[in-house]
Ligand binder design. Structure first.
Ligand SMILES: *Cc1c(COP(=O)(O)O)cnc(C)c1O
Length: 426
């Protein structure tokens, strides 16, 4: 870490190839009895080199925009192994996905189904869809990331779902062959999965009684990650609840899809930042770092906890585990904040860490998912570098942005701007 921080500079995200592979294989072996298609959620960590590691590990991709599909393809993922969700797919994005040969549309509304079917007919390309159903289950997570309760914008509610499927059944252009669930993230217990799977199976059975066979059940993502040591169920724990509900069905031909993002990428990444200044103010001690919410929005946006620790501390300060409350003497409470002109710009408040000083470097743990992908350029901050570690070597897989990158799109003439309007599809 010290070497990467010194050679690449901060802020930077550092990902571990071995950990990415390890999490993929844990999920694959835990769910092996269901022979699932595992589709990595690109929005959790979309760096092309990270995606390449995952493609090589044998997973497909879950995308939520045309650009994410392009990333998946550029990383070498066969589009037939991609599933495409998202409530606002545009005609251009749908057309691009169809031309690419997308494996499955996860359809979020009736209008969207009509748009997909019309586009497919126009292009003369048949496709498959699954209906995203909102099972009205409380995933007991932050309200911004609860996606399967009645008030959420995602999917179609259960009451409408059966009629919807009956209505579009037999459409020659988009064959609706499954149910898609994604109820929120992170979900720290198995119960919400059980509830929503049982509701989906009841729907599948009701339709089957009408002669409509749905052969695909996409369970979405949402498995937790260990932001604190031991906080989240393991892949094996989730599987021990989910596998028995579906094993028999799989033997009878049901295809299961999983869309893990956080549970693969979060623990595979850290964010390295440097302390620019420290200061005492009132009864607070601030560690002012070279990045905050611009690099990692989660603490500010979701009240999320990330374990933070200096990377070059003495042996006396090796933390016993990653926890909010540590029993160690010599720690001091800090507000670990970023440089932005915004009070919400923090990585942690009142956090006990070893005393730090100017130029010390801090590692923000479990930052591999929803870190870089939610980073912003607020205050004209340049996006951080990204580094991939493999064995005992590392390489920069995204250059740190510079001033010219920030203003490049403002310097171009109107001709290029006009050409860029249809760009998502390329
Ligand atoms: C975000 C998302 C996921 C991934 O969720 P994680 O919590 O990162 O596993 C999966 N499916 C869909 C449809 C999503 O929007």
């Amino acid at each position: 870490m010290e070497r990467i921080a010194r050679e690449v500079g901060t802020p930077c995200f550092v990902y571990s190839t071995a950990t990415l592979q390890e999490h993929c294989s844990r999920i694959r072996s835990a769910f092996a009895p269901l022979l699932p298609s595992i589709c990595f959620s690109v929005k959790s960590c979309s760096n092309l080199s990270v995606l390449r590691v995952l493609v090589e590990a044998g997973v497909g991709m879950d995308v939520v925009s045309g650009h994410e599909l392009r990333r998946a393809m550029e990383a070498g993922c066969d589009p037939s192994r991609c599933v495409y969700a998202g409530v606002g797919k545009t005609d251009l994005e749908i057309e691009f996905a169809l031309r690419s040969g997308i494996g499955l549309f996860n359809v979020e509304s009736e209008q969207e189904f009509d748009a997909i079917a019309a586009c497919a007919e126009r292009l003369n390309i048949r496709c498959h869809g699954a209906l995203r159903v909102n099972p009205d289950v409380d995933p007991k997570t932050h309200r911004y990331t609860s996606t399967g309760n009645r008030e959420s914008k995602f999917g179609v509610d259960l009451e409408r779902a059966a009629d919807f499927i009956r209505k579009v059944h037999g459409n020659p252009w988009c064959s609706l062959r499954g149910i898609h669930l994604h109820i929120g993230s992170p979900i720290y217990s198995c119960e919400p999965y059980t509830q929503s799977i049982l509701k989906a199976l009841a729907l599948i059975d009701a339709l089957c009684a009408d002669g409509i066979v749905l052969d695909t059940l996409d369970l979405g993502g949402g498995f937790g990650a260990d932001y604190e040591t031991g906080q989240s169920p393991s892949a094996a724990d989730y599987a021990s609840t989910i596998v028995p509900l579906l094993e028999e069905r799989v033997r009878n031909g049901l295809r299961v899809i999983l869309e893990p993002g956080r549970s693969i990428a979060a623990n595979a990444g850290v964010l390295l930042v440097s302390v620019v200044y420290t200061k005492e103010s009132g009864d607070r001690t601030f560690a002012i770092c070279d990045a905050g919410m611009n690099a990692l929005l989660r603490p500010s946006h979701y009240d999320a906890f990330h374990f933070i620790w200096p990377i070059d501390v003495s042996a006396a300060f090796v933390p016993p585990s990653r926890r909010a409350k540590l029993e160690m003497s010599g720690l001091k409470l800090h507000d670990i904040v970023g440089p932005l002109c915004e009070t919400g710009d923090f990585l942690a408040l009142e956090r006990a860490i070893p005393p730090v000083n100017r130029h010390d470097r801090l590692a923000v743990f479990t930052a591999g998912a929803y870190g870089m992908t939610m980073a912003s350029r607020y205050n004209s901050s340049a996006l951080p570098a990204e580094v991939l570690v493999e064995g005992d070597t590392f390489r920069v897989v995204r250059l740190r942005e510079c001033y010219d990158d920030l203003v490049a799109h403002e310097r171009v003439g109107s001709e290029r701007c006009a050409a860029a309007i249809t760009e998502p599809q390329g």
